[in-house]
Design a protein. Sequence first.
Length: 359
Amino acid sequence: MLNHPGNLAPLHAFARAMPKIELHVHLEGALLPATVLKLAQRHQLPLPARTETELQDWYQFRDFRHFIEVYLKLQNLLRSSADFELITYDFGREMQRQNIRYAEVTFTAYTHLWMNKGLSPDDIITGLDAGRCRAQEDLGVTIAWVLDIPRNLSFEGQRYTGAASDPTVEMALAWQDRGVVALGLGGDERTAAAEPFAPAFTEARAGGLHSVPHAGEMDGPGSVWGSLRALGAERIGHGVRAIEDPTLIDYLITHHIPLEVNPTSNICLGVYDSYAAHPLRQLWDAGVLVTVNSDDPLLFNTTLNQEYDLLIDHFGFGAAELEQISLNALHASFLPPERKAELEQSFRQEFAQLHSLYE
Ligand SMILES: [Zn+2]
């Protein structure tokens, strides 16, 4: 039944039940609607919405400006250690619900400090770490952090003069014992290129962090090349527009550089007009190490499970390919090799058991 072209229901059920890993998701873009309302009440910060339905209308994606406005309003709700613990634990519950066993979650600590909410770096990491440990203990899901530099904000702050260490890098290096595994770079590539951030990434990598900048989303292959050459990118956030440069595609394959593809996000933000125009299948067929992710599930009204549904409905993926997508994320993760081997074995066992359920 799993690969029967006429009835896709068993394949969708299989995709929901299978063990998965997510590598590209922003904690602040993954808040649960009920939590957003709770935080607004907790801090007496009125939102343009009072119910979950009204909330959904408000944050429904319209354009990039509205997206940023909503994003900042949501960030403003996060004002204490307890808030960060709550949203991290919530995230863990969603992982458990969707059978996501491990996630590398992006978090933009610098924006919270820049917003001047009276938070110290210590308040932030204390909350994140408490939520992460409790999620591991109660729910059996593992969270690691990618701390990302907001590229546009950092340019505005004229941080890249070479005079001082980047505040995100300082926090990321100091918090490695509390789950930080990598340095990211988010924001709009068109107005802030990768190259000026080279010193920040050099320092982070020398201190033991991995490099995972966003590139090849709003801008073309040049931005991906810049991230590879100047930032030592080991994985690319998005990277879909690499498809415009065959030499770059060869490079990604030869050097085993995975892409963190986010189909729904790409459609919402207008990178592509439709799933038919999206290059996911082409990248996959060319042999690029593709992973699939949800980016900002709250704002794009998606989940990782729904992204897997898209693979089935719009990209013609069958059971074996879905399994490979899940294993790709495992291989592309920054877990230690022995943990990867353990998880691969247990994932394969689960896949086999699920086959007997849905076949
Ligand atoms: Zn992203």
